[in-house]
Write a protein that binds this ligand. Sequence first.
Ligand code: SF4
Ligand code: SF4
Ligand code: SF4
Length: 423
Amino acid sequence: MSNVYNWQLGRPMDYPYDAAFPREQFAFVFNLNRCIGCQSCTMACKSTWTFSKGQEYMWWNNVETKPYGGYPAHWDVKTLDLLEKANPGGQSWGGTPQNAKAPYGQFKGQTVFEAAKHNVSPEGAQKALGYLPTDEEWAGANRFEDHPTGAPKGERDRYFQRPESLPQHKTWFFYLARLCNHCSYPACLAACPRSAIYKRPEDGIVLIDQERCRGYRKCMEACPYKKSLYRGTTRTSEKCVACYPRVEGRDPDGGGLPMQTRCMSACIGHIRLQGLVELNADGTWKENRQHPLYYLVHVAKVALPLYPQFGTEPNGYYIPPRWVPLPYLRQMFGPGVDAAIERYSVPDRELLAVLQLFGKDRRICFRYEIKQGPKVFETNIRGKKFEMFNDTVIGYGRDGKEIARIAVEEPVHVRPAQHANSI
Ligand code: SF4
Ligand code: SF4
Ligand code: SF4
């Protein structure tokens, strides 16, 4: 085992290989407050990459309804249970949030790599603690769709301790859109006995070499997000390829510029913003104040990694849904949740402008600028003053040229009289 630095955990950790970081890293931010569960992203991926024989059950991108849904069923609960079994009562966070090397404090528990030595997996000794889902768990990608939950009887007050800006809901659910996180310390790569999985030095995209893969499914067992899948017709494993031709700028529609992937571009809810971020020699993000992803993750701190405690340093970040009980969100996104919800619920001028960039252009945004406009609205939210300015955010592509220009205040479109009631 090597000792590598995991900034999401705020500490070094064990990993089977030495750290090696790409020049730029594929990353994305999803705003879960906006996802409508329409599955356009899922179908965009399916119709591009997994429409062939043997791929019927493959959903490289999936959207599940939390808390009950999951694909494969209960993937997260099962991994959390294994970690708890390996380190009973010890899976907690401590310390105080610091700079970009420890923005969420310090994880005191054990990652899937560190817990592997306890040998509590049903599959026996492993490089990363995990399990192989059953065929039944892979059946039905969208079970429990729209199934809500309520707080246990008598415990509602514990769940809703904070003043709500929305009416208090007795029941809740939310849509969690997922794909491979192209992790900085991929568990799939660590577990492959054939060294068939590699992380590209140019953009950090994690791929499976189909020539080398022998279908041992160790990647499927080790990936805590269960985003590597086995194909019976080829006897190899396959996973999200991050639509690499688009990221490389080879899609004719992009005019040579890096483009967002199919699932990002197709998102009806405009919940997705994809980017390429530069890294320092220790794997932390290079300071880049005007990069929209750097701003959302490290400045505004509204976007958080999914289950950072697994230890793979996932490169998918989520703005948590503000109507969901905080204890549930904390176990899913770590201790940064409280501050993220507070900030998102009463967004400042810059955050409100940057949020407009989501889903506005298919090319990847590398920098933004804000042109200030007049104040258009003022109110109080959760006891705090909220002011809205009609600023304009301008996004720039890889070549430094403008790709998007959006005003905070949406224009009003009035249906012409001849089309009134014409639906
Ligand atoms: S999400 Fe899973 S499959 Fe994707 S890079 Fe991370 S460990 Fe590998
Ligand atoms: S990035 Fe591309 S390959 Fe990966 S889930 Fe999205 S559409 Fe599918
Ligand atoms: S396309 Fe967007 S809004 Fe629709 S389910 Fe996917 S992530 Fe959610």
